[in-house]
Ligand binder design. Structure first.
Ligand SMILES: NC(=O)c1ccc[n+]([C@@H]2O[C@H](COP(=O)([O-])OP(=O)(O)OC[C@H]3O[C@@H](n4cnc5c(N)ncnc54)[C@H](O)[C@@H]3O)[C@@H](O)[C@H]2O)c1
Length: 274
């Protein structure tokens, strides 16, 4: 594993699940991690990660859906490291959103999901990007889902979670557009788009938090996805940008070959024949 000593990272939603695993991996590699979460136990979790990894982790309670909180987190990171080398837009929420729900429910669901999964990504990134430009091997990583790679995943966008799916499809626009804009500034922008990972979000879908046996047998550990993040960063300044990087239950979790431009987001080779 390549070391990331002297680097500064921001991870949203880091009190549990994938965010915690990203913070652990980055801290273990030597990065000073600013780990934040809306959950009040974030400082305690940060202390646990620091003790376990021997790394430096600042745990801050903050809500990514609030602009002032995003700016406070970025100011904290810049004070700590002079800039930001890694931004992991991980914080996300899931809720079942029936298409036939009443209007009030639908609009409340929209705000709940989009404020964190999409507006939060926009605001935290807008605050961070000026402090990422010009850093050596800066990486902005959006945490997406395999839903956005339907060619490989069989077109699965569960019909009763349309807003969650839509929030992740919208990340495609950010990943693609920001990768193009930031290439000239040395900032790579990619997304991790994975299937089922063993986290509280997944376990909360099942009664008493128990995964069904078939899922339990194949579910990916969050540490494997965190390893993918480190591999992505380790590609260095000339590494890939603008890609959705998939990870599927039942397949090795590893960086795929770099994709040609028209395959970066969709994962499929779409050629328009004239
Ligand atoms: N678990 C999976 O199978 C899976 C698969 C694909 C994608 N994802 C994505 O991975 C990311 C992490 O998911 P997870 O499974 O670890 O979820 P999780 O619910 O276990 O953890 C999410 C963390 O984000 C925090 N959070 C929620 N709203 C926040 C806000 N407004 N501000 C700051 N923190 C906030 C929560 O408090 C929690 O600690 C999400 O974006 C999710 O959509 C998860």
């Amino acid at each position: 594993m390549s070391r990331l000593d002297g680097k500064t990272a921001v991870v949203s939603g880091a009190a549990r699940g994938l965010g915690r695993a990203f913070a652990e991996a980055l801290a273990g590699a030597g990065t000073h991690v600013i780990a934040f979460d809306i959950a009040s136990n974030m400082p305690a979790v940060a202390s646990e990660i620091a003790a376990a990894t021997g790394g430096r982790v600042d745990g801050v309670v903050a809500d990514v859906s609030q602009r002032a909180d995003c700016e406070r987190i970025v100011a904290h990171a810049v004070a700590a490291g002079g800039g930001i080398d890694v931004l992991v837009n991980n914080a996300g929420v899931w809720r079942e959103t029936p298409v036939d729900s009443d209007w009030e429910t639908a609009l409340a669901d929209w705000d709940y999901i989009m404020d964190t999964n999409l507006k939060g990504v926009l605001m935290l990134s807008r605050a961070a990007i000026p402090h990422m430009k010009g850093r050596v091997n800066a990486n902005l990583v959006n945490i997406s889902t395999y839903y956005v790679l339907p060619a490989r995943s069989g077109g699965t966008n569960p019909p009763r979670t349309d807003l969650y799916a839509a929030s992740k499809w919208a990340l495609n626009g950010f990943t693609d557009a920001w990768a193009g804009h930031l290439a000239a500034h040395g900032v790579r922008v990619n997304a991790l788009a994975m299937g089922a990972v063993d986290t509280p979000m997944l376990r909360n879908l099942f009664a008493d938090g128990q995964l069904p046996p078939d899922l339990a047998a194949g579910v990916m550990p969050s540490s494997a996805i965190a390893g993918l993040l480190l591999d992505l960063i380790a590609e260095g300044p000339s590494g890939r940008t603008g890609e959705n990087i998939g990870a599927w239950v039942g397949s090795p979790v590893e960086l795929p070959p770099r994709k040609v431009p028209h395959e970066r987001i969709t994962g499929i080779n779409i050629r328009i024949e004239h």
